[in-house]
Structure formats: structure tokens, C-alpha cells
Design a protein around this ligand. Structure first.
Ligand SMILES: Cc1cc2nc3c(=O)[nH]c(=O)nc-3n(C[C@H](O)[C@H](O)[C@H](O)COP(=O)(O)OP(=O)(O)OC[C@H]3O[C@@H](n4cnc5c(N)ncnc54)[C@H](O)[C@@H]3O)c2cc1C
Length: 403
């Protein structure tokens, strides 16, 4: 990389599912030039894309007409086809969303309405119907969502890399973007190792770092990323019937998170989680405190407004995340026979959640442009599910930036 500048059509920053799907879509479009994906890690899917629940979401939760709804529905269908073509583990197992008491019935009805409006196959279940689908789940009512599945997302990411390479594109790991500057009719792109190249355009798919990468590209993003940690517990030696597929609670409408759930992954392992708690480091999987990230959190006006707006929910979630007994109690409301002593800590994840300047959690996917750049500024769940559709959407935006 050192020496004379190299010319590429588009540089994509970030080898998570969104960056790789975008690169794959761009590489397949005539006239874009060759696509180079760079990631500061040595391989693909090292952050959110490799540390999630592994669920291919149906589109049930999202406001009709939102980008999330449209891209999740189109993306899940495309993902299922892609996995079939490439023999990647994908199981169309369906899921249940369970109301554990009458107070949750209005929220369950709203989910049913949203699901139907988004074209998702949703069936209302009474307690006996729920037991037929999930014999150990208990609730006053439930939704069965046939269009949900489980998938091996790291394998999906590897298949995107293969597609990119076989079409002439490239992935380089261990390369961290330092800055990008428009110069004449191109972008001068610099990396932290001192290497540089000229590109026609840049796409920022940097997940937990996407606001910072936008600033490094000269943009002034209207959102900040707040990291929310998600801890998981594995159920040791689960009975085949304890959790047949996916058992979800009715989510708290104040939060964009789905609540701790039970999932049987493609390899048969049952996972419980993830919790949702403010993390004191964007990549602090070991629970360490990142001084830079924590000071940024404390200093940022948007985040202070967020703290004021959500302090009560935030505190109770913090307690929930720290207290294993509270998590177990929540899970046992869904599946009373779950044995707390069978739960073992598993790999955590950290979500990149955008917050607007007025301190609101941004619900929908968010994209922005700056000269010769497209920035993906909010791609939380279900962006892994929707990655193929997001990739096409971002590739359209790149074509506009280059026009
Ligand atoms: C706990 C948890 C559970 C989830 N469950 C689900 C689920 O079941 N289903 C679902 O659809 N979605 C789920 N999601 C959401 C999903 O994982 C993400 O929406 C998706 O993976 C986002 O992909 P991405 O490519 O945008 O980000 P990432 O996968 O985080 O990739 C961003 C990449 O950018 C790189 N990068 C950052 N800065 C730089 C830089 N300066 N230079 C070079 N590279 C850089 C990083 O190293 C990283 O590899 C979950 C997320 C979490 C955390």
C-alpha cells in the first residue's frame, strides 16, 4: 500500500455484513470500477455482524412505510434465497411473540397490525395454540410469525467476500481509515498506517464507529453512535422441546430493542439474551471502560439529552443487565421450566445505536451523503437480515454521488 497512490472505483470502510453486501452490489454494477473493502480488523464480521442473535427477522416490528420495514422484508427474502443457493445454514423455523399478561395485549395487537401491514405472515395464538408450537412457553396470547428464520451470519459474510473477490473486488484487513478528502474529481483516502490511495467514492459502513468515520470524511453527521451492550447466556444441554425455535417477549415500546429472548440457533444451541445496557466502550467486550469513549459519552450534548429522556428505563435496564437473577426471572416468565442453573455466559455483542442531536434514539435506518461519500449512520437490527437489500439501496446512492 505504501508508495504511489492506487486508484480504485469505490472504497468501502467496514467488512461487516452491510459493508460487504454494499461492496458486492457495487462490484456487480458496470461502470463503478473495482471495489476495495477495508477493515481495521484482520477478517470480516468481527463486530456486530459476528456477535448477534443469528435471527433472520421477518419485518414484524417496524413502522409500515419505514426503511426498516421495506428493507427487512426484501432483505430477508433475498437472504433466504442466497443461503439456499450457497448451501449456507438457514432454518425457516418461525417464531412466537408471547404476551405474558393482559397488560401486554394492546402492544401485541399493534405488532400484529404492523406485521400484516408489512406483508408478514402472522397468526394469533391462544394459550393452547402457543403450547402446540412451543410446548414449554406460557402466555395469555401470542403471535406466530412464520417468516422468521435462523441463519449463520458469519458464513453469510464469508460468502459475500467470495462473491466480491470472484467479481474482481478486494478485501484488505488491518487497514483503518484515517481520513478522506475530496481532491479534484476524486477522493484522497488515507489510512492510519500512512498508506493512501485515490478513489472515485467512499462508502462508510463502519458500524460502531460510523459517526467518527463520517467526521474523518469531512461530513457533519446529525447523529451520534451510542453503544448498547448485549450479554447472552447459553442454555447447557437443552431438552429438544424446551425451546423448539424462537420465543420472544412483547417488546417495551420505549426502546428499539426486542427484549431478552430464547433462540435455538442453526447449530441447535439455545441462547438467551441479549440484555441492553449502555456500554462504556464501543468495542469493550471485556467490560473494560474505554476512557476516550466514556468521556465522549459524557461530553456529548445529544447524549446528555438522551440520558435525561431515558434515565428511568436506562437505570432499570442497567440493573437488569447486571443482575443475572432478573434476566432469569424475565426468561422464566416466558418459559417457567427454564432452569437458571443451566445458563452459562456466552459471547456478548455491542449494538451501534444512533442518537439524534435532540437526544432521541433513531428508530429507522439512516443514510447521509457528503461530497463523494455515502454514510450508513444507523444500521441496527435487523440490518444483518436486511444486508442484501441495504447493499442495493446504498449502491443506488453511490451511483447518485458519482453521477
Ligand atoms: C447483540 C446483538 C444482537 C443482534 N441480533 C440481530 C439479529 O438477530 N438479526 C439481525 O438482523 N440483526 C441483529 N443485530 C444487528 C446486526 O448485527 C447489525 O445491524 C449488523 O451486523 C450491522 O452490520 P454493519 O456491517 O453495519 O456493522 P459491523 O458488523 O459492526 O461492521 C462494521 C465494521 O467497520 C469496521 N470499522 C470501524 N471503523 C473503521 C475504520 N476507521 N477503518 C476500517 N474499518 C473500520 C469494524 O472493524 C467493523 O468490522 C444484532 C446486533 C447485536 C449487537
Amino acid at each position: 500500500m505504501s508508495g504511489a497512490p492506487t486508484d480504485v472505483g469505490v472504497v468501502v470502510v467496514g467488512a461487516g455484513l452491510v459493508g460487504l453486501a454494499t461492496a458486492r452490489a457495487l462490484q456487480q454494477r458496470p461502470g463503478t470500477g473495482d471495489v476495495l473493502v477495508v477493515d481495521k480488523e484482520t477478517g470480516p464480521a468481527q463486530h456486530q455482524s459476528g456477535r448477534n442473535s443469528g435471527v433472520a427477522h421477518s419485518g414484524l416490528y417496524y413502522a409500515p412505510g419505514s426503511s426498516k420495514a421495506a428493507l427487512a422484508v426484501a432483505g430477508r427474502a433475498a437472504l433466504e434465497r442466497h443461503c439456499a443457493e450457497r448451501s449456507i445454514p438457514y432454518r425457516a423455523c418461525g417464531k412466537v411473540v408471547v404476551a405474558v399478561d393482559d397488560a401486554q395485549l394492546p402492544a401485541l395487537a399493534e405488532l400484529e397490525r404492523r406485521g400484516r401491514a408489512n406483508g408478514v405472515r402472522v397468526e394469533r395464538l391462544d394459550p393452547a395454540g402457543l403450547r402446540r408450537v412451543e410446548p414449554h412457553a406460557r402466555g395469555v396470547a401470542a403471535l406466530h410469525v412464520a417468516d422468521t428464520g435462523v441463519v449463520d451470519f458469519p458464513a453469510v459474510a464469508r460468502s459475500f467476500v467470495e462473491d466480491l473477490r470472484s467479481a474482481g473486488g478486494e478485501l484488505r484487513g488491518g487497514l483503518e481509515l484515517a481520513r478522506a478528502t475530496p481532491v479534484d474529481d476524486a477522493l484522497e483516502v488515507e489510512f492510519t498506517d500512512g498508506s493512501r490511495l485515490r478513489a472515485g467514492a467512499l462508502v462508510n459502513c463502519a458500524g460502531l464507529q460510523s459517526d467518527r468515520v463520517a467526521i474523518r470524511c469531512g461530513a457533519r453527521p446529525s447523529v451520534r453512535i451510542v453503544p448498547f451492550r448485549g450479554d447472552y447466556l447459553d442454555v447447557a444441554a437443552p431438552d429438544d422441546d424446551l425451546v423448539r425455535a424462537l420465543i420472544y417477549p412483547v417488546p417495551d415500546p420505549r426502546w428499539p430493542f426486542l427484549g431478552v429472548h430464547l433462540t435455538r440457533s442453526v447449530d441447535g444451541q439455545v441462547h438467551a439474551g441479549p440484555t441492553a445496557v449502555l456500554a462504556l466502550g464501543r468495542e469493550a467486550y471485556d467490560r473494560s471502560v474505554d476512557r476516550h469513549d466514556t468521556l465522549a459519552l459524557l461530553r456529548d450534548r445529544a447524549l446528555r439529552r438522551l440520558a435525561r429522556r431515558y434515565w428511568r428505563t436506562g437505570l432499570s435496564e442497567l440493573w437488569r443487565a447486571r443482575s443475572r437473577s432478573t434476566v432469569v426471572a424475565d426468561l422464566r416468565r416466558l418459559v417457567p421450566e427454564l432452569d437458571g442453573s443451566s445458563l452459562r455466559p456466552a459471547q456478548p455483542g455491542i449494538r451501534a445505536q444512533a442518537v439524534s442531536v435532540d437526544g432521541r434514539l433513531v428508530d429507522d435506518f439512516a443514510f447521509a451523503t457528503s461530497p463523494r461519500c455515502v454514510h450508513v449512520l444507523n444500521a441496527p437490527s435487523p440490518a444483518a437480515t436486511a444486508s442484501l437489500a441495504i447493499g442495493e439501496h446504498v449502491a443506488d446512492r453511490v451511483a447518485q454521488v458519482l453521477a
